[in-house]
Design a protein around this ligand. Sequence first.
Ligand SMILES: CC(=O)N[C@H]1[C@@H](OP(=O)(O)OP(=O)(O)OC[C@H]2O[C@@H](n3ccc(=O)[nH]c3=O)[C@H](O)[C@@H]2O)O[C@H](CO)[C@@H](O)[C@@H]1O[C@H](C)C(=O)N[C@@H](C)C(=O)N[C@H](CCC(=O)O)C(=O)O
Ligand SMILES: Nc1ncnc2c1ncn2[C@@H]1O[C@H](COP(=O)(O)OP(=O)(O)OP(=O)(O)O)[C@@H](O)[C@H]1O
Ligand SMILES: N[C@H](CCC[C@H](N)C(=O)O)C(=O)O
Ligand SMILES: [Mg+2]
Length: 505
Amino acid sequence: MKIRDLIKNLEKPVVSGSLDTEVESLTYDSRKAKAGAVFFALRGSKTDGHDFTGKALEQGASAIVAETAPPDDCNAVWLHVKNSRIALAEMAEAFYDHPEKKLKPVGVTGTNGKTTTAFLLHHLMNHAQIRCGLLGTVVFDTGGNLKPATHTTPESLELQGLLSEMVQNGCRAVAMEVSSHALHQHRVHGVPYEVAIFSNLTQDHLDYHGTMEDYFIAKMKLFEMTAAHPKGKLIINIDDKWGRLLADKFQSHPGLVTYGFGPLANFRVGDPRYELTGTTFELHHKGRQFLVRTPLIGQFNVYNTVAAVAGAYAAGCNLREAVRAMAQAPQIPGRMERVSPDNSRFHVFVDYAHTPDGLVNALSTARALRPSRIITVFGCGGDRDRLKRPLMAKAVEDSSDVCILTSDNPRTEDPQRIMEDARKGFTRESHVLVVERKKAIDTALQGARDGDIIVIAGKGHEPYQDIQGVKHDFDDRKIARQLLDRNTRIKGEIRLKKQQEGGRP
Ligand SMILES: CC(=O)N[C@H]1[C@@H](OP(=O)(O)OP(=O)(O)OC[C@H]2O[C@@H](n3ccc(=O)[nH]c3=O)[C@H](O)[C@@H]2O)O[C@H](CO)[C@@H](O)[C@@H]1O[C@H](C)C(=O)N[C@@H](C)C(=O)N[C@H](CCC(=O)O)C(=O)O
Ligand SMILES: Nc1ncnc2c1ncn2[C@@H]1O[C@H](COP(=O)(O)OP(=O)(O)OP(=O)(O)O)[C@@H](O)[C@H]1O
Ligand SMILES: N[C@H](CCC[C@H](N)C(=O)O)C(=O)O
Ligand SMILES: [Mg+2]
């Protein structure tokens, strides 16, 4: 492949050197540059890729794409572009022969619910025999081939590679989470979304976006992209205040579809019933009524379920079949995942709630199951939005009987300091601080009484604890199960010993 084959869609690059230069790979990391590679200089949050163009050339890169003109002594092929991230996306699309145009892309955005909704969509599409890939926080599924996820939404280069694999594996659609970071960094530039779903917008990622308005503007981009598609469908939760604002902005778009509990929603929910084993509710759409059953629990999963049904319908599935298929919805890893056995005296759930709103939702779900008490174990991630920490503590305090504050991926921060930040949100003295997460979980289990619900929040499916850049093995689900087993064994041994002692003459 020659450079000229890759730049057809690029907006007027200034080219130095021969466009007939052969290209074998693309990279935005100088450490991976080699002969035949095009190196893209990206301006990042930590460093500037433009500082590494010399290094990339030293390693044999055949061409450079940058937002600056080449230095005078440069003999290499150099493409001077306005925006290297957009150039990367456009050249990656061409490099992989435009897989994004061979699939029906369905994008899900919002602060909470993306992973769950994307999983459910993937389930519904495959159930309808529309082979579908999945990209999101938990896993990348390229049509039967599973890979660990690197990001919620990968960089454009990786994204196009994954879409290309989906095409090769016979996929016709892709259900993907679209993060605000990805939208802001042009990772999904050029993806012709046919369906976009907005779940909600609440506080998160203000370290990156600065204000809720800018966070919203980043999310809105997905809807601008979808609105430009001739068949674009914009599926928006109008029970959410930012969702209503979004729906207002697109009110004259023929593809606007709203959902929620309120009377104005196009997909309207009624009469929800929440049980430990699942949820049922009525779904009203254009004069038709359906009874939806799902094994997923809690009100927030009603929203995710409706969003996925509406999304699958918009993407070509039969509505009645989609509703029916919800009864076999998969357990979403680490999302209100029950880890205690059915016969347990108390119930233990692992959930990925890591925002104030996520916690309120997860804990009100637990409350609706009528427990004796709610015991919550939670922490706040290091190197992430500091402003959300006290709000998370407040959310937990308001919705729990016992709060156990611990560590959650301290990353490069001191876990004690993070706990101090969070602690400021508690208004009462009745909380416990246990910096070591395993001990915190054990404290909850040891203190549980009959009928209690323990929610271990924040890490969900994550199999690690990130401390100073090192990912140590740590899976809340495995740890909780191990501790439950150990506690049951110890209690059994004590009981046996007592029986033996009591039985002695
Ligand atoms: C803040 C952020 O989003 N950063 C992303 C961004 O990195 P960056 O541009 O800031 O990178 P940088 O370290 O400053 O380096 C700049 C450039 O120099 C290059 N470089 C650097 C060193 C060198 O020796 N040679 C070299 O070429 C780097 O490869 C890079 O191209 O671009 C990188 C490539 O795409 C991403 O991997 C990286 O994600 C980091 C790891 C990250 O943690 N991102 C999170 C916040 C994120 O994106 N999360 C969202 C989900 C959020 C949610 O909704 O919950 C996601 O979609 O995953
Ligand atoms: N629709 C929803 N509304 C509010 N809270 C939700 C919703 N769906 C899930 N949650 C809560 O948020 C947590 C994260 O859910 P999920 O992983 O589906 O969201 P996400 O948007 O993919 O999050 P992330 O951006 O971190 O990947 C869940 O564990 C649950 O506590
Ligand atoms: N996508 C989110 C996940 C947060 C998960 C939580 N365990 C944490 O580390 O804060 C983020 O990167 O901010
Ligand atoms: Mg996610």
